[in-house]
Design a protein around this ligand. Structure first.
Ligand SMILES: Nc1ncnc2c1ncn2[C@@H]1O[C@H](COP(=O)(O)OP(=O)(O)OP(=O)(O)O)[C@@H](O)[C@H]1O
Ligand SMILES: [Mg+2]
Length: 545
């Protein structure tokens, strides 16, 4: 009886122990599952934050939601909180590793925006989006941490900027952002577009309409006319007429310049002024040239007759090339749009600047390469002579020349140097530095590049396809102090875990913007370098106009 009672008692305890053990193992199992789930979730969250290029502190932003969850289910709340803290900690460690690696990875790590910076940036962005120009600065776009990036706006002294980027990288959109801001501010804008970008033209047109200002457009198909040879001194006009011609010998160029220059002096002396492409090319005919010179009196007439008398038959024949070229241009389908019509539709740059107009020249350089160079060069030379006539007065406004190396390479440095005193802003764009070398063949000193870069107040570099360009731009963006970590691993034979590691930390300098960064910029992104500013070169997502 007693034995039976004991057996029953023992059996009871055995089953209760079994129950306790089962409960314990279930609890442990649940706990382990929660911990594994938390670790996995933390790793995934950390990866998601990095994939969106955000700072590790973003992992903490849902903590208030975890606290709210705690009110309903403490276990879930604690698990969610632990997962967020874990993700943050993991992100912090990865960020430290990125920074220690240096170079572009460190740069990207430093620039990842945190939630507070982003909020501050959002407020700033709202303000700048409403008012794109403030305090002499123009909001160009936003930096990687959400802050607004501004560039100098040519309010008083004008600014000079250079935009460079591979095809399709976003140059024209950046030009449009500038152009619309200047129009909105009330300044005239003259834009030369050798490619004829329809969207860009439409943006300029609507900006002008919005501001209630005149909009003039010149295209090789009309209907407005622009006389590229109507302004300037005889030698300036001769240079414009010869722009774009390739000379095998400098001697031919000088001969043609002299011949044209003298013809223009004769035209001015007899009152056929301002000249046009038609009047110049028709007087290049030898009989008409002789007849023109006969009408010129005095010292000039004598000089012209001496010159003509001294010209050999061979020289006259060589000059036939100039005559033919101008005649071909004048007789081409666009020739009529280069002849003034005096019916009120002619484009006059001085008048356009005076009435704060917006002028768009669509050159179509693929169809008319020579004419494009002549018109492009003429616009730039006209602006140079207009700035010369100001005599200290300011001429605020913006001149934009897209693909400038192809249409006005030689004339641009004069405009850059003159524009400062005239208060005119100049914005130049090109696809590659190689275009600047091509524009001055045989010039190994890269003088055009040097002239342009020495004048610019800021440079907007979109994606680069040339490694040398990326290298040069990286150097222009400068360097900054950094730590470099050199680690030496011992070679003593022994198990791998016993390898000796010695680390030395050295102070060095690294690129503010590594050349590789210039090669991998996405469309619409650019690195903005402002040499005279204490602000370091920054990666910017340009805001379209
Ligand atoms: N800042 C930007 N924001 C949004 N989209 C952009 C931006 N910049 C460029 N894009 C897009 O990329 C396209 C090409 O840009 P864009 O015409 O400015 O290039 P580009 O450098 O001028 O090319 P090309 O050398 O051929 O003239 C645009 O039509 C637009 O869709
Ligand atoms: Mg373009």
């Amino acid at each position: 009886m007693f034995e039976l009672a004991l057996a029953v008692k023992n059996g009871d305890r055995g089953s209760r122990d079994d129950v306790d053990l089962k409960e314990l193992s279930e609890t442990l199992m649940d706990g382990a599952l929660v911990i594994v789930g938390c670790v996995v979730a933390a790793v995934v969250l950390c990866l998601v934050v990095r994939a969106f290029d955000l700072r590790w502190t973003w992992a903490f932003s849902p903590l208030p939601a975890a606290a709210f969850l705690f009110g309903f289910s403490p276990t879930l709340g604690i698990a969610a909180g632990a997962c967020l803290v874990g993700a943050g900690a993991l992100g912090f460690v990865r960020q430290r590793q990125d920074i220690e690696r240096g170079g572009t990875e460190a740069q990207a790590a430093r620039e990842r925006p945190g939630p507070l910076g982003y909020l501050r940036g959002a407020i700033e962005r709202r303000r700048w989006r409403r008012e794109r120009v403030r305090g002499g600065r123009l909001a160009l776009g936003q930096g990687p941490n959400g802050s607004v990036h501004t560039v100098p706006f040519g309010e008083r002294q004008g600014t000079r900027a250079f935009i460079i980027g591979a095809p399709g990288s976003g140059k024209t959109v950046t030009l449009a952002t500038h152009a619309v801001a200047y129009v909105d501010w009330g300044y005239p804008v003259i834009s030369v577009d050798p490619k004829g970008d329809r969207d860009y033209c439409d943006q300029l047109r609507s900006a002008a309409e919005r501001a209630g200002r005149p909009f003039y457009v010149w295209t090789p198909d009309g209907p407005a006319a622009y006389n590229p040879l109507g302004r300037g001194t005889p030698s300036e006009i001769a240079d414009k007429a010869l722009a774009g011609e390739v000379w095998t010998e400098p001697h031919y160029l000088r001969q043609a310049q002299r011949y044209l220059g003298l013809e223009l002096q004769a035209l001015r002396a007899v009152g056929e002024w301002p000249p046009t492409l038609r009047s110049i090319s028709s007087h290049l005919n030898p009989e008409r040239f002789d007849a023109l010179i006969d009408r010129v009196e005095g010292e000039l007439g004598k000089r012209l007759r001496d010159y003509l008398g001294g010209l050999s038959q061979r020289s006259r024949a060589e000059l036939g090339g100039v005559r033919d070229r101008l005649a071909v241009l004048e007789e081409s389908e666009l020739g009529r749009w280069l002849e003034p019509r005096h019916d009120g539709t002619d484009i006059d740059l001085a008048a356009a600047l005076a009435e704060n107009a917006v002028v768009y020249f669509q050159l179509d350089a693929d169809r008319f390469p020579l004419a494009s160079q002549m018109v492009g060069a003429s616009i730039v030379v006209d602006l140079v002579s207009l700035t010369g006539q100001l005599q200290g007065r300011a001429m605020p406004g913006l001149v934009i020349v897209d693909e400038f190396a192809a249409v006005a390479a030689e004339e641009i440095s004069r405009l850059l140097s003159r524009s400062r005193s005239a208060g005119l802003s100049v914005l130049l764009a090109t696809q590659a530095f190689a275009d600047l070398s091509l524009a001055r063949p045989g010039d190994s000193s890269e003088s055009l590049r040097g002239q342009v870069l020495s004048h610019v107040d800021y440079l907007v570099a979109h994606r680069q396809s040339e490694p040398e360009a990326a290298e040069l731009l990286g150097q222009m963006a400068g360097t900054k102090p950094a730590w470099s970590l050199a680690e030496r691993v011992g070679t003593d034979k022994g198990p791998i875990w016993e390898l000796k590691r010695d680390g030395t930390k050295r102070r060095t300098r690294e690129f503010v913007r590594h050349p590789d960064e210039f090669k991998s910029l996405g469309t619409g992104r650019a690195i903005v370098i402002e040499p005279a500013s204490p602000r370091l070169a920054e990666r910017v997502q340009v805001w379209p106009a």
